[in-house]
Design a protein around this ligand. Structure first.
Ligand SMILES: *Cc1c(COP(=O)(O)O)cnc(C)c1O
Length: 385
Protein backbone atom coordinates (compact mmCIF):
# COMPACT_ATOMS: atom_id res chain seq x y z
CA UNK A 1 0.00 0.00 0.00
CA UNK A 2 1.22 3.46 -0.86
CA UNK A 3 -0.37 4.92 2.25
CA UNK A 4 2.18 6.80 4.34
CA UNK A 5 2.57 4.42 7.31
CA UNK A 6 3.24 7.29 9.74
CA UNK A 7 -0.48 8.09 9.31
CA UNK A 8 -1.33 4.74 10.87
CA UNK A 9 0.54 5.08 14.17
CA UNK A 10 -2.27 6.56 16.22
CA UNK A 11 -5.15 4.54 14.82
CA UNK A 12 -7.15 2.18 17.02
CA UNK A 13 -6.88 -1.50 16.11
CA UNK A 14 -8.01 -3.85 14.74
CA UNK A 15 -8.98 -1.66 11.79
CA UNK A 16 -9.53 -1.98 8.07
CA UNK A 17 -7.53 0.66 6.26
CA UNK A 18 -8.44 1.40 2.66
CA UNK A 19 -6.29 3.18 0.10
CA UNK A 20 -8.67 5.38 -1.86
CA UNK A 21 -6.05 6.34 -4.45
CA UNK A 22 -5.40 2.69 -5.30
CA UNK A 23 -9.13 2.05 -5.65
CA UNK A 24 -9.37 4.97 -8.10
CA UNK A 25 -6.38 3.69 -10.09
CA UNK A 26 -7.88 0.20 -10.22
CA UNK A 27 -11.23 1.52 -11.46
CA UNK A 28 -9.43 3.67 -14.05
CA UNK A 29 -7.44 0.63 -15.22
CA UNK A 30 -10.66 -1.36 -15.77
CA UNK A 31 -12.27 1.51 -17.66
CA UNK A 32 -9.20 1.92 -19.86
CA UNK A 33 -9.30 -1.78 -20.81
CA UNK A 34 -12.94 -1.74 -21.92
CA UNK A 35 -12.95 1.76 -23.44
CA UNK A 36 -13.11 0.44 -27.00
CA UNK A 37 -15.88 -2.07 -26.29
CA UNK A 38 -19.11 -0.14 -25.89
CA UNK A 39 -20.94 -3.45 -25.30
CA UNK A 40 -18.78 -4.39 -22.26
CA UNK A 41 -20.29 -3.60 -18.85
CA UNK A 42 -18.63 -4.17 -15.50
CA UNK A 43 -20.75 -4.76 -12.43
CA UNK A 44 -18.98 -4.63 -9.08
CA UNK A 45 -19.78 -7.63 -6.84
CA UNK A 46 -20.79 -5.93 -3.62
CA UNK A 47 -20.20 -8.92 -1.37
CA UNK A 48 -16.45 -8.39 -1.72
CA UNK A 49 -16.63 -5.08 0.17
CA UNK A 50 -19.81 -3.19 0.99
CA UNK A 51 -18.38 -0.14 2.75
CA UNK A 52 -20.82 2.67 1.81
CA UNK A 53 -18.09 5.16 0.83
CA UNK A 54 -16.34 2.58 -1.32
CA UNK A 55 -19.62 1.63 -2.97
CA UNK A 56 -20.34 5.30 -3.67
CA UNK A 57 -16.87 5.77 -5.20
CA UNK A 58 -17.44 2.76 -7.50
CA UNK A 59 -20.95 3.92 -8.44
CA UNK A 60 -19.64 7.40 -9.33
CA UNK A 61 -17.28 5.83 -11.87
CA UNK A 62 -20.22 4.39 -13.74
CA UNK A 63 -20.01 0.73 -12.76
CA UNK A 64 -23.07 -1.41 -12.16
CA UNK A 65 -23.61 -3.60 -9.10
CA UNK A 66 -23.86 -7.35 -8.68
CA UNK A 67 -25.87 -8.24 -5.59
CA UNK A 68 -26.57 -11.53 -3.84
CA UNK A 69 -29.15 -10.44 -1.26
CA UNK A 70 -31.91 -7.94 -0.61
CA UNK A 71 -29.63 -6.13 1.82
CA UNK A 72 -27.03 -5.70 -0.89
CA UNK A 73 -29.66 -4.34 -3.29
CA UNK A 74 -30.62 -1.73 -0.69
CA UNK A 75 -26.96 -0.88 -0.10
CA UNK A 76 -26.36 -0.53 -3.85
CA UNK A 77 -29.34 1.79 -4.27
CA UNK A 78 -28.27 3.88 -1.25
CA UNK A 79 -24.76 4.20 -2.71
CA UNK A 80 -26.13 5.59 -5.96
CA UNK A 81 -26.01 2.62 -8.34
CA UNK A 82 -28.93 3.02 -10.77
CA UNK A 83 -31.52 0.25 -10.30
CA UNK A 84 -31.24 -0.60 -14.00
CA UNK A 85 -27.55 -1.45 -13.47
CA UNK A 86 -28.17 -3.90 -10.62
CA UNK A 87 -28.05 -7.64 -11.19
CA UNK A 88 -29.26 -10.01 -8.49
CA UNK A 89 -27.83 -13.54 -8.20
CA UNK A 90 -28.09 -16.22 -5.53
CA UNK A 91 -29.46 -19.76 -5.18
CA UNK A 92 -31.83 -18.90 -2.37
CA UNK A 93 -33.71 -15.66 -2.95
CA UNK A 94 -36.40 -15.16 -0.30
CA UNK A 95 -39.82 -13.80 -1.30
CA UNK A 96 -39.19 -10.46 0.46
CA UNK A 97 -35.91 -10.09 -1.41
CA UNK A 98 -37.55 -10.80 -4.77
CA UNK A 99 -40.31 -8.28 -3.98
CA UNK A 100 -37.73 -5.67 -2.97
CA UNK A 101 -35.90 -6.22 -6.27
CA UNK A 102 -39.13 -6.03 -8.29
CA UNK A 103 -40.18 -2.82 -6.50
CA UNK A 104 -36.81 -1.24 -7.16
CA UNK A 105 -36.98 -2.26 -10.84
CA UNK A 106 -33.52 -3.85 -10.94
CA UNK A 107 -31.83 -4.56 -14.27
CA UNK A 108 -31.97 -8.32 -14.01
CA UNK A 109 -32.38 -11.39 -11.87
CA UNK A 110 -29.79 -14.09 -12.39
CA UNK A 111 -32.02 -17.10 -11.88
CA UNK A 112 -30.56 -20.32 -10.57
CA UNK A 113 -33.42 -22.84 -10.90
CA UNK A 114 -36.81 -23.53 -12.53
CA UNK A 115 -38.35 -23.39 -9.09
CA UNK A 116 -37.05 -19.86 -8.56
CA UNK A 117 -38.22 -18.81 -12.02
CA UNK A 118 -41.76 -19.85 -11.14
CA UNK A 119 -41.71 -17.94 -7.85
CA UNK A 120 -40.37 -14.78 -9.50
CA UNK A 121 -43.09 -15.03 -12.15
CA UNK A 122 -45.76 -15.42 -9.48
CA UNK A 123 -44.50 -12.48 -7.39
CA UNK A 124 -44.07 -10.27 -10.48
CA UNK A 125 -47.62 -11.09 -11.52
CA UNK A 126 -48.93 -10.23 -8.05
CA UNK A 127 -47.10 -6.90 -8.02
CA UNK A 128 -47.84 -6.19 -11.70
CA UNK A 129 -44.19 -5.83 -12.53
CA UNK A 130 -42.04 -7.37 -15.23
CA UNK A 131 -38.94 -9.33 -14.18
CA UNK A 132 -36.00 -9.32 -16.54
CA UNK A 133 -34.17 -12.59 -16.00
CA UNK A 134 -30.92 -14.17 -17.07
CA UNK A 135 -30.50 -17.86 -16.50
CA UNK A 136 -27.45 -18.85 -14.54
CA UNK A 137 -26.09 -21.86 -16.36
CA UNK A 138 -23.69 -24.22 -14.63
CA UNK A 139 -21.10 -24.66 -17.37
CA UNK A 140 -19.47 -27.66 -15.65
CA UNK A 141 -15.98 -26.32 -16.23
CA UNK A 142 -13.31 -26.94 -13.67
CA UNK A 143 -11.48 -23.89 -12.45
CA UNK A 144 -8.12 -24.07 -10.77
CA UNK A 145 -8.88 -22.68 -7.34
CA UNK A 146 -9.69 -23.72 -3.79
CA UNK A 147 -12.58 -26.23 -3.60
CA UNK A 148 -14.59 -23.85 -1.42
CA UNK A 149 -14.57 -21.15 -4.11
CA UNK A 150 -15.19 -23.13 -7.28
CA UNK A 151 -18.77 -22.72 -8.39
CA UNK A 152 -19.01 -23.94 -11.98
CA UNK A 153 -18.90 -27.73 -11.56
CA UNK A 154 -21.90 -30.02 -11.98
CA UNK A 155 -21.76 -30.95 -8.28
CA UNK A 156 -21.96 -27.32 -7.09
CA UNK A 157 -25.31 -26.00 -5.90
CA UNK A 158 -25.16 -23.06 -8.30
CA UNK A 159 -27.02 -22.58 -11.56
CA UNK A 160 -29.04 -24.64 -14.01
CA UNK A 161 -27.42 -27.71 -15.60
CA UNK A 162 -26.43 -26.81 -19.14
CA UNK A 163 -28.43 -29.74 -20.50
CA UNK A 164 -31.50 -28.02 -19.02
CA UNK A 165 -30.76 -24.67 -20.65
CA UNK A 166 -33.12 -24.83 -23.62
CA UNK A 167 -36.15 -26.25 -21.76
CA UNK A 168 -35.63 -23.63 -19.03
CA UNK A 169 -35.47 -20.79 -21.58
CA UNK A 170 -38.70 -22.13 -23.09
CA UNK A 171 -40.30 -22.18 -19.65
CA UNK A 172 -39.11 -18.59 -18.98
CA UNK A 173 -40.67 -17.45 -22.27
CA UNK A 174 -44.03 -18.98 -21.31
CA UNK A 175 -44.24 -17.71 -17.76
CA UNK A 176 -46.17 -14.49 -17.19
CA UNK A 177 -44.34 -11.27 -16.27
CA UNK A 178 -40.92 -12.72 -17.14
CA UNK A 179 -38.64 -11.48 -19.90
CA UNK A 180 -35.68 -13.73 -20.57
CA UNK A 181 -32.77 -11.48 -21.49
CA UNK A 182 -29.63 -13.53 -21.17
CA UNK A 183 -27.35 -16.19 -19.84
CA UNK A 184 -25.22 -15.88 -16.74
CA UNK A 185 -22.13 -17.81 -15.64
CA UNK A 186 -19.72 -17.62 -12.72
CA UNK A 187 -17.07 -20.33 -12.45
CA UNK A 188 -15.26 -19.45 -9.23
CA UNK A 189 -13.03 -16.96 -7.53
CA UNK A 190 -9.34 -16.08 -7.24
CA UNK A 191 -8.64 -17.39 -10.74
CA UNK A 192 -5.24 -16.42 -12.13
CA UNK A 193 -4.93 -18.87 -15.02
CA UNK A 194 -6.56 -17.29 -18.07
CA UNK A 195 -7.21 -20.78 -19.47
CA UNK A 196 -10.06 -21.10 -16.96
CA UNK A 197 -11.78 -18.09 -18.53
CA UNK A 198 -10.88 -19.38 -22.00
CA UNK A 199 -12.61 -22.68 -21.18
CA UNK A 200 -15.65 -20.75 -20.04
CA UNK A 201 -15.67 -18.86 -23.37
CA UNK A 202 -15.49 -22.12 -25.32
CA UNK A 203 -18.39 -23.57 -23.34
CA UNK A 204 -20.46 -20.43 -23.91
CA UNK A 205 -19.69 -20.63 -27.64
CA UNK A 206 -21.02 -24.22 -27.69
CA UNK A 207 -24.15 -23.19 -25.84
CA UNK A 208 -24.73 -20.25 -28.16
CA UNK A 209 -24.44 -22.61 -31.15
CA UNK A 210 -27.19 -24.73 -29.58
CA UNK A 211 -29.31 -21.61 -29.16
CA UNK A 212 -28.74 -20.68 -32.83
CA UNK A 213 -30.13 -24.09 -33.87
CA UNK A 214 -33.29 -23.25 -31.93
CA UNK A 215 -33.35 -19.68 -33.32
CA UNK A 216 -33.02 -18.28 -29.81
CA UNK A 217 -30.93 -15.16 -29.43
CA UNK A 218 -30.49 -13.56 -26.04
CA UNK A 219 -29.21 -10.01 -25.67
CA UNK A 220 -26.92 -10.46 -22.67
CA UNK A 221 -24.07 -12.75 -21.80
CA UNK A 222 -22.78 -12.40 -18.26
CA UNK A 223 -19.49 -14.14 -17.55
CA UNK A 224 -19.46 -13.50 -13.79
CA UNK A 225 -16.38 -12.56 -11.84
CA UNK A 226 -13.46 -14.48 -10.46
CA UNK A 227 -10.32 -12.67 -11.56
CA UNK A 228 -7.70 -13.17 -8.86
CA UNK A 229 -5.09 -10.94 -7.29
CA UNK A 230 -1.53 -11.49 -6.07
CA UNK A 231 -1.66 -12.22 -2.34
CA UNK A 232 2.11 -12.80 -2.30
CA UNK A 233 3.17 -9.56 -3.96
CA UNK A 234 0.65 -6.79 -3.34
CA UNK A 235 3.30 -4.09 -3.79
CA UNK A 236 4.59 -5.52 -7.07
CA UNK A 237 1.11 -6.22 -8.43
CA UNK A 238 -1.24 -3.68 -6.88
CA UNK A 239 -3.48 -3.72 -9.95
CA UNK A 240 -4.63 -7.08 -11.35
CA UNK A 241 -3.90 -8.05 -14.93
CA UNK A 242 -7.07 -6.64 -16.45
CA UNK A 243 -5.47 -6.48 -19.89
CA UNK A 244 -5.07 -10.28 -20.14
CA UNK A 245 -8.46 -10.85 -18.54
CA UNK A 246 -10.48 -8.76 -20.99
CA UNK A 247 -8.32 -9.89 -23.94
CA UNK A 248 -9.26 -13.51 -23.14
CA UNK A 249 -12.94 -12.72 -23.72
CA UNK A 250 -12.22 -10.54 -26.74
CA UNK A 251 -10.21 -13.35 -28.31
CA UNK A 252 -12.25 -16.41 -27.40
CA UNK A 253 -15.88 -15.47 -26.94
CA UNK A 254 -18.00 -15.27 -30.09
CA UNK A 255 -20.72 -12.76 -29.36
CA UNK A 256 -23.71 -12.39 -31.64
CA UNK A 257 -24.41 -9.00 -33.23
CA UNK A 258 -25.71 -6.56 -30.63
CA UNK A 259 -25.01 -8.81 -27.67
CA UNK A 260 -23.92 -7.10 -24.47
CA UNK A 261 -21.21 -8.67 -22.34
CA UNK A 262 -21.39 -8.27 -18.57
CA UNK A 263 -18.58 -8.88 -16.09
CA UNK A 264 -19.03 -9.11 -12.31
CA UNK A 265 -15.70 -8.40 -10.70
CA UNK A 266 -15.42 -8.30 -6.93
CA UNK A 267 -12.06 -9.25 -5.49
CA UNK A 268 -10.03 -7.80 -8.38
CA UNK A 269 -11.56 -4.37 -7.77
CA UNK A 270 -11.02 -4.06 -4.02
CA UNK A 271 -8.62 -6.68 -2.58
CA UNK A 272 -5.37 -4.77 -2.93
CA UNK A 273 -6.61 -1.44 -1.64
CA UNK A 274 -7.31 -2.85 1.83
CA UNK A 275 -5.17 -3.92 4.77
CA UNK A 276 -6.11 -5.12 8.19
CA UNK A 277 -4.17 -3.05 10.71
CA UNK A 278 -3.48 -4.88 13.95
CA UNK A 279 -1.27 -4.57 17.05
CA UNK A 280 0.84 -7.25 18.63
CA UNK A 281 -0.52 -8.12 22.06
CA UNK A 282 2.16 -10.62 23.01
CA UNK A 283 5.16 -12.39 21.60
CA UNK A 284 4.88 -15.74 23.31
CA UNK A 285 7.96 -17.92 23.44
CA UNK A 286 7.48 -21.68 23.84
CA UNK A 287 9.81 -24.64 23.50
CA UNK A 288 8.32 -25.50 20.12
CA UNK A 289 7.64 -22.11 18.56
CA UNK A 290 7.43 -18.39 18.93
CA UNK A 291 3.93 -16.99 18.56
CA UNK A 292 2.98 -13.48 17.56
CA UNK A 293 -0.45 -12.94 19.11
CA UNK A 294 -2.42 -10.16 17.44
CA UNK A 295 -5.44 -8.13 18.48
CA UNK A 296 -7.05 -9.19 15.17
CA UNK A 297 -8.20 -12.71 14.51
CA UNK A 298 -10.55 -14.79 12.41
CA UNK A 299 -13.39 -12.54 13.55
CA UNK A 300 -11.89 -9.69 11.52
CA UNK A 301 -10.38 -11.75 8.67
CA UNK A 302 -11.67 -15.28 8.28
CA UNK A 303 -10.12 -16.15 4.90
CA UNK A 304 -7.09 -17.97 6.39
CA UNK A 305 -9.31 -20.10 8.65
CA UNK A 306 -11.97 -20.66 5.97
CA UNK A 307 -9.88 -21.20 2.82
CA UNK A 308 -6.33 -21.63 4.05
CA UNK A 309 -5.58 -18.25 2.48
CA UNK A 310 -2.25 -16.60 3.22
CA UNK A 311 -2.11 -12.82 3.47
CA UNK A 312 1.28 -11.09 3.31
CA UNK A 313 2.15 -9.64 6.71
CA UNK A 314 4.17 -6.44 7.13
CA UNK A 315 5.55 -5.28 10.47
CA UNK A 316 5.61 -1.52 10.00
CA UNK A 317 6.94 -0.75 13.49
CA UNK A 318 10.00 -2.97 13.00
CA UNK A 319 10.73 -1.23 9.72
CA UNK A 320 10.61 2.13 11.50
CA UNK A 321 12.79 0.81 14.37
CA UNK A 322 15.42 -0.36 11.91
CA UNK A 323 14.83 -4.01 12.87
CA UNK A 324 13.84 -5.06 9.38
CA UNK A 325 16.95 -7.22 8.87
CA UNK A 326 16.55 -9.28 12.05
CA UNK A 327 14.49 -12.14 10.65
CA UNK A 328 12.65 -14.60 12.88
CA UNK A 329 10.13 -17.36 12.28
CA UNK A 330 6.78 -16.95 14.02
CA UNK A 331 3.33 -18.44 14.02
CA UNK A 332 1.11 -15.40 13.62
CA UNK A 333 -2.20 -15.99 15.40
CA UNK A 334 -5.32 -14.22 16.60
CA UNK A 335 -6.87 -14.11 20.06
CA UNK A 336 -9.99 -16.15 19.30
CA UNK A 337 -10.72 -19.41 21.11
CA UNK A 338 -10.39 -21.60 18.00
CA UNK A 339 -7.37 -23.58 16.83
CA UNK A 340 -8.02 -22.43 13.28
CA UNK A 341 -7.46 -18.81 14.31
CA UNK A 342 -4.03 -18.72 12.65
CA UNK A 343 -2.95 -16.22 10.00
CA UNK A 344 0.39 -17.85 9.14
CA UNK A 345 2.63 -20.64 10.40
CA UNK A 346 6.44 -20.42 10.39
CA UNK A 347 6.22 -16.97 8.89
CA UNK A 348 9.39 -14.93 8.59
CA UNK A 349 9.05 -11.46 10.11
CA UNK A 350 11.49 -8.89 11.43
CA UNK A 351 12.07 -9.22 15.18
CA UNK A 352 8.65 -8.40 16.58
CA UNK A 353 7.67 -6.88 19.93
CA UNK A 354 4.55 -6.25 21.95
CA UNK A 355 2.86 -3.10 20.63
CA UNK A 356 4.17 -3.42 17.05
CA UNK A 357 1.77 -2.43 14.29
CA UNK A 358 1.29 -5.07 11.63
CA UNK A 359 -0.64 -5.02 8.39
CA UNK A 360 -2.30 -8.05 6.84
CA UNK A 361 -2.23 -7.10 3.20
CA UNK A 362 -4.66 -7.65 0.31
CA UNK A 363 -7.55 -7.67 2.76
CA UNK A 364 -9.92 -5.34 0.90
CA UNK A 365 -12.06 -8.18 -0.47
CA UNK A 366 -13.97 -10.72 1.62
CA UNK A 367 -12.37 -9.26 4.75
CA UNK A 368 -14.60 -6.76 6.46
CA UNK A 369 -17.75 -8.19 4.84
CA UNK A 370 -17.09 -11.54 6.53
CA UNK A 371 -16.26 -10.08 9.95
CA UNK A 372 -18.25 -11.40 12.88
CA UNK A 373 -18.83 -10.64 16.53
CA UNK A 374 -17.90 -14.17 17.66
CA UNK A 375 -16.50 -14.11 21.21
CA UNK A 376 -18.65 -10.99 21.69
CA UNK A 377 -16.03 -8.88 19.94
CA UNK A 378 -16.78 -5.47 18.48
CA UNK A 379 -16.59 -5.17 14.67
CA UNK A 380 -13.32 -3.68 13.35
CA UNK A 381 -12.80 0.05 12.80
CA UNK A 382 -12.64 1.44 9.27
CA UNK A 383 -10.39 4.16 7.89
CA UNK A 384 -10.38 5.31 4.29
CA UNK A 385 -7.12 7.15 3.64
C1 LIG B 1 -19.05 -13.61 -5.68
C2 LIG B 1 -19.58 -13.44 -7.03
C3 LIG B 1 -18.90 -12.63 -7.95
C4 LIG B 1 -17.58 -11.97 -7.64
O1 LIG B 1 -16.54 -12.87 -7.56
P1 LIG B 1 -15.03 -12.37 -7.45
O2 LIG B 1 -14.25 -13.61 -7.40
O3 LIG B 1 -14.91 -11.58 -6.20
O4 LIG B 1 -14.73 -11.55 -8.66
C5 LIG B 1 -19.47 -12.46 -9.18
N1 LIG B 1 -20.66 -13.05 -9.51
C6 LIG B 1 -21.32 -13.83 -8.66
C7 LIG B 1 -22.60 -14.44 -9.07
C8 LIG B 1 -20.81 -14.06 -7.39
O5 LIG B 1 -21.47 -14.85 -6.56
Amino acid sequence: MRIDTTQLAGLPTPAYVYDKALLSETLAAIKAEIRDNANYHVHYAIKANDNPDILAAIAREGFGADCVSGGEISAALAAGFPASEIAYAGVGKADWEIRLALDAGIGMFNVESREELEVISQLATETQTEARVSLRINPDVKADTHAHITTGRAENKFGIAYEEMIPTIRLACQLPNITCVGLHFHIGSQLLDMRDFENLCLRINELQDLLDEQSICLGNIDVGGGLGVSYTDPDGQPIPDFASYFATFRNHLRLRPGQQLHFELGRAVVAQMGSLLTRVLYVKHTAAKDFVILDAGMTELIRPALYGALHKIDNISAAERGDADQRHSYDVVGPICESSDVFARDYILPRTERGDLLMLRSAGAYGQTMASTYNHRPLPHTFIL
